[in-house]
Design a binder for this molecule. Structure first.
Ligand SMILES: [Zn+2]
Length: 329
């Protein structure tokens, strides 16, 4: 790492975040917080320790252990390169790359021609009736059917499946999933044949300024409250639009993967998100197998119980043990 002086660092911070107020100790600077963006432009409540780049906003609570998140969101590629080459603390476990998202593919997707909203589809059709019964058994209310625009089709590929459409932030259809109602059906889920890396399922419902719940499937998301996003699987790729949106918005995350991921993918994804300074809590889904099998109340209770302090140390111990074990092999 290059050698730098306090005034180099102060100059960098002010180029990124505007003029600051230096504390009497000369070791902290306070600047205007671009995250909570106070209307009073003279308010300087984002404190940064000049030596170590610990960041904390006294108003919105934003916290970070480097300037990387702020540069990603409010800086430029050249500020990022400058930071990485000159200032990034040697032990900072954060990534400094700008990731460009793939182009939005909405428009290529369309629902089956005979798609009907389940809430208004006629029970005279036995397949429709069976789909309704399935949704009812999975705990979906009539309001849920309307809210999620759940539907049915009689095309052979989509028949006897619950079709859940996804809309992007501007309301355009960008994807759908189709869950089979018959246990013997090959492929429990069938989806349109497009790349889903650029898809954020039902982003139209998401408020990025509030904590989001990440779960595996659409049927899980129905139970996880209003700000839930199904990952459509148990992995979340760092190149995906979803991962990048979380990092770019500094959105806190509650992880609610299925119980069988409790000691594997859940802690791995938690630490991956934390590398990017994302605030993570883990929802203990072990007593109901997966969120989709819980009631909304049960899930909400588990969500309220999810506290960072109760899991982080034990998970990191576990991860450390796991890495030691794999080194021995
Ligand atoms: Zn703030």
């Amino acid at each position: 790492m290059a050698v730098w002086t306090t005034s180099d660092k102060l100059n960098f911070i002010e180029r990124l975040l505007g003029t600051g107020k230096l504390a009497h100790n000369g070791r902290d600077i306070a600047v205007r917080c671009p995250i909570c963006d106070p209307s009073d432009r003279s308010k300087k409540k984002l404190a940064i320790t000049v030596e170590a780049d610990f960041v904390h906003c006294w108003v919105c609570g934003f916290k970070a252990r480097s300037l990387v998140t702020l540069i990603k969101k409010f800086g430029t590629q050249s500020l990022m390169s400058e930071y990485r080459d000159k200032f990034l603390p040697a032990d900072a476990n954060v990534r400094c790359t700008f990731i460009s998202l793939e182009k939005d593919r909405s428009g290529e997707i369309k629902l089956p021609d005979d798609f009907k909203l389940l809430a208004v589809a006629s029970d005279a059709d036995p397949d429709v009736k069976a789909v309704k019964r399935y949704c009812n058994n999975r705990g979906l209310t009539r309001d849920d059917l309307w809210f999620f625009k759940i539907g049915v089709s009689n095309e052979p590929r989509w028949r006897r499946r619950v079709i859940v459409p996804s809309f992007d932030a501007s309301g355009a259809l960008n994807y759908f999933v189709a869950r089979a109602i018959d246990p013997a059906r090959h492929h429990k889920y069938d989806n349109p044949d497009v790349d889903r890396v650029p898809i954020i399922f039902n982003e139209i419902n998401i408020d990025w300024t509030k904590r989001v719940v990440l779960c595996e499937g659409a049927f899980d998301s129905f139970k996880c409250g209003e700000n839930a996003i199904p990952m459509l699987g148990s992995d979340l790729n760092e190149q995906s639009a979803l991962f990048n949106a979380i990092v770019a918005h500094s959105t806190p995350v509650a992880l609610a993967l299925d119980a069988d991921m409790w000691s594997t993918k859940t802690p791995r994804l938690a630490s991956k998100l934390m590398e990017y300074d994302v605030n993570v809590v883990i929802v203990d889904t072990r007593k109901f197998i997966d969120p989709g099998s819980a009631s909304k109340q049960e899930f909400n209770q588990a969500l309220e119980n999810a506290k960072e302090s109760t899991w982080s140390s034990s998970f990191f111990n576990k991860l450390e043990r796991a890495s030691k074990t794999s080194m021995k092999l």
